[in-house]
Write a protein that binds this ligand. Structure first.
Ligand code: ZN
Length: 243
């Protein structure tokens, strides 16, 4: 089965719509969403509605849990806290009810799914080989997917070898038949790896392969929506740099 993996949408409707169009042409039978549907961007309800309609499985991210009130806002940066407060004010009751029912960890087709990490599904940023090694020690599934850092990357540990990790760009292809893996598709709505295009991953569970994807979207439209909502300007500015 081909699966499209999306994460960290962050209220960016422009990016999510472009990615879902690309997914519709990808042959993917399912969409798995690793969380952070809201926060930062100007269209939380549209993103919740689309993710809810299209995802076979959807996790909660730390920003979703901030909006539902499960996490305190003092754990967030100033801009993230301001965006979470704004989202709480504007979000529709049925969107909030959907987010309240999500959990930050799950499993599907034998693949482990975590918003942040297998050790800490809500908060841990897995950006180093050292942390990835500890995660691989603790994860029950051989192949796990995480979001949260907004950086497309993969870590692998083959039997008898040390863990290695690499940032991943468009069309990078992984063979997952052997080894223990921790893979981040990157962020749909706020990429932070220097490529401003929306990031996602196409996984093939039968062939045991994965291919990193980038999709162009209307960045100016997303930035204009953030400014029109009077959210912090930095949240609009960073989109064009993918930072
Ligand atoms: Zn995020």
């Amino acid at each position: 089965m081909k699966v499209a993996v999306i994460s960290d949408i962050h209220g960016n409707r422009h990016a999510l719509e472009a990615v879902l169009d690309a997914i519709a042409n990808s042959g993917a039978a399912e969409v798995w969403c690793l969380g952070d549907l809201v926060g930062y961007g100007a269209d939380p309800d549209a993103c919740v509605k689309l993710a809810r309609a299209r995802s076979a499985l959807c996790l909660a991210g730390n920003h979703d849990l901030a909006v539902t009130g499960e996490l305190a806002l003092d754990e967030f940066s100033a801009a993230a806290g301001a965006a979470a407060r704004w989202t709480r004010q504007v979000i529709a009751a049925d969107s909030l009810a959907f987010l309240s029912g999500l959990r930050p960890a799950g499993e599907r087709s034998g693949v482990g799914l975590y918003h942040a990490s297998p050790r800490d599904p809500v908060w841990e940023y897995v950006l180093s080989v050292l942390l990835a090694d500890l995660c691989l020690d603790s994860q029950p599934e051989r192949v796990c997917l995480v979001g949260h850092s907004h950086v497309a990357l993969s870590f692998v540990r083959h039997p008898g070898e040390l863990t290695t990790g690499e940032a991943r760009g468009a069309d990078d292809h992984l063979g997952l038949a052997t080894g223990e893996w921790l893979i981040n598709p990157g962020s749909v709505g706020q990429p932070r790896d220097g490529d401003a295009r929306a990031a996602w991953l196409l996984l093939d569970t039968d062939a045991a392969t994965a291919t990193f994807q980038r999709t162009d979207y209307d960045i100016a439209g997303a930035a204009a929506a953030i400014r029109a909502a009077h959210l912090p300007d930095s949240l609009a500015e960073r989109l064009q740099y993918g930072q």
